[in-house]
Design a protein around this ligand. Sequence first.
Ligand SMILES: [Zn+2]
Length: 341
Amino acid sequence: MRIKFPLGRRDGPTDAWTKCPGCESQIFNKQLERNLRVCPTCGHHFRMSVGERIDLLVDRDSFEERDAGLTSGDPLGFHDQQAYADRLEASHIKTGLREAAVWGTARIEEHPVAIGLFDFRFMGGSMGSVVGEKVARCFEAAIGERIPAIIVSASGGARMQEGTLSLLQLAKTTAPLARMDVAGVPFISVLTDPTTGGVLASFASLGDVIVAEPGALIGFAGARVASGTVGEELPEGFQRSEFLLEHGFVDLVVPRAELRRTLGRLLRALPVAAAAGGAWPPTEERAWGPIGVLSDFAERLGGAVSETIGIDVQAEEENGGGPTPPASREAARPPRGGKAP
Ligand SMILES: [Zn+2]
């Protein structure tokens, strides 16, 4: 005899439960929300929307969005299985957002900040012209208003539907960081699941402090591509927060429940320097800086800047021991057009 369900199986509230990919337990959605979208059994951190992030991180009612009206054009008239314009519209309907990132000013434990947040639900949090512009404006505002900047990333990388214009965002978002460093304005980068591709390859990896959520996927390319590129097996979990913490790429792995308090503590520890003209000429000794950008400059400029940033660059010992100086590395490279051995 057939058993009749009063509502029919299909009519039940199928979206009331979420299966945890970490431990496979079924979690009641209400419980998941109450628990900051962290699995109560295994601690798996589920992704969050921009709205949930704002509620999680900033002081109540302190977030003031800026540039909310910026929307993507379709400069290439891009069309794959679906037109780019249609994808944008679908994401807008799904999320209520106009783009994959929002930015504005807010307070975190009373500290004013310029903060940008990504939403992975909007086209995989991909960075096209508008997202790049918002991130850059967030940094510009941090410099202009002399408040620290925070970006909470969740992105698959550059947005392919805008082609090269998306790649330009890598330069656009990193250039203000060098100016922030000179101005002594700190930048805290928060990496959440996932932070990959062009977002990781630009501003997200240049924080004065890089904070990650537990278990977040962080990497440039997928594990298979990365493994194929270097031609060897890479260790298990090499693109997870914990591995990157062990290897020095990430400074802190912070469970979601402590994230706001940690940011508050960092903001107290990293005050904005006094404006230029005061006690902050950029040539004086520094306590912090986007080390990635600086060490790159240091490599190119040799010993000239090593005093100011405290990085020991042995430019004059070209043939001596220690790290290979840029000049000899250049010489070791086969000449352009020449045949490699
Ligand atoms: Zn779980």
